[in-house]
Design a protein around this ligand. Structure first.
Ligand SMILES: Nc1ncnc2c1ncn2[C@@H]1O[C@H](COP(=O)(O)OP(=O)(O)OP(=O)(O)O)[C@@H](O)[C@H]1O
Ligand SMILES: [Mg+2]
Length: 302
């Protein structure tokens, strides 16, 4: 046990990241953690559009206020906050909030994900290299292996892991004390988490779909960051077609920008929005359920 992540093990200290590109250039749609460099332009833009602080995070007022309180109280006590679980559908801001937790605490963040932790040893190597107060972001936490989960309970509760040395009857467990740290877990499937693991989180925030006004606020901010000139009605149109999801709103904004740059003077107008959204068939299944519509939008790469 060197405390270093194994080769190929995706664990990074990053400021922001996209998701899914492997070392060999292939794309793993199930992976969330990738090189922080962001080779893919679209993903790099997505990262650039992430709010960095709670005060810049529109929407989810309840979760934002609750999380703000938990973090501020910990800061005043000079201790690490309780472990935080963030649940909710894709694209609503779980990863963004995890990054914000670290930023608000002014602590480093270590990023890994359930699928990357298939053995208890994978988790042990991450845990044993944490520094005091560090935020450990476990994305897709419901996909961690059972043995790793059991190790995580102990680590979260007692800040301790048992490192098993040797095999069979001669194996011994060497207890290793860990510095206090905060786990931020994210999951789209909170129901799949075993109760003992769920219970170890002192705060659970459930993210829900955004209303149109919040999506508009997000789009105004994104348009500013992308240096776009945009009409209010155009942003309202895009917000209304985004299925309550900021990731979709930002993607649609970029497609409308593309249309406006090719067919107009680059200004995001209502006409540009309608034409671009029609081109990408956004809204065709507007009366269908959100998940279906989201799939259509995502699969068409809009
Ligand atoms: N409240 C918000 N304000 C502004 N932008 C947001 C907000 N929430 C999410 N976004 C944007 O949407 C993108 C997707 O958010 P994020 O990656 O945090 O979602 P997620 O819940 O982690 O999704 P997944 O389950 O797919 O991992 C971000 O890159 C960010 O640009
Ligand atoms: Mg995420």
């Amino acid at each position: 046990m060197t405390g270093e992540p194994r080769p190929g093990f995706r664990s990074e200290i990053v400021e922001g990241f996209g998701g899914g590109r492997e070392d060999d250039g292939s794309f793993d749609a199930t992976a969330r953690i990738v090189d922080p460099g962001g080779a893919d332009d679209e993903r790099a833009v997505e990262v650039a559009l992430r709010p960095r602080r709670l005060s810049e995070f529109p929407g989810q007022p309840r979760v934002r206020d609750q999380l703000g309180l938990v973090l501020e109280a910990a800061r005043r006590r000079g201790s690490v906050p309780d472990h935080v679980l963030l649940s909710g559908p894709p694209g609503l801001g779980k990863t963004t909030l995890a990054m914000i937790v670290a930023a608000e605490l002014e602590r480093p963040i270590r990023v890994t994900s359930g699928p990357a932790i298939q053995h208890a040893g994978d988790l042990a190597s991450v845990l044993s290299s944490l520094v005091e107060g560090e935020v450990l972001f476990l994305d897709e936490i419901h996909r961690m292996s059972r043995t790793a989960e059991e190790m995580l309970y102990l680590a979260m509760e007692d800040f301790r892991v048992d490192i098993i040395v040797g095999k069979g009857p001669g194996a011994t467990a060497i207890p290793l004390e860990l510095p206090p740290f905060t786990v931020v877990g994210a999951t789209t499937r909170a129901g799949l988490l075993p109760a003992p693991l769920r219970d170890r989180f002192g705060f659970t925030g459930h993210l829900d779909f955004y209303d149109v006004a919040d999506l508009e606020a997000i789009l105004v901010r994104s348009a500013g960051l992308l240096a776009l000139t945009a009409d209010d009605e155009a942003l309202t149109e895009i917000a209304g077609r985004s299925r309550g999801t900021p990731r979709i709103a930002n993607r649609l904004l970029r497609r409308v920008r593309d249309w406006a740059q090719v067919h107009g003077d680059g200004t995001v107008t209502c006409d540009a929005a309608r034409a671009a959204l029609a081109l990408f068939d956004v809204g065709l299944v507007a009366l269908g359920d959100r998940a279906l519509t989201t799939d259509v939008v995502e699969n068409r790469g809009a």
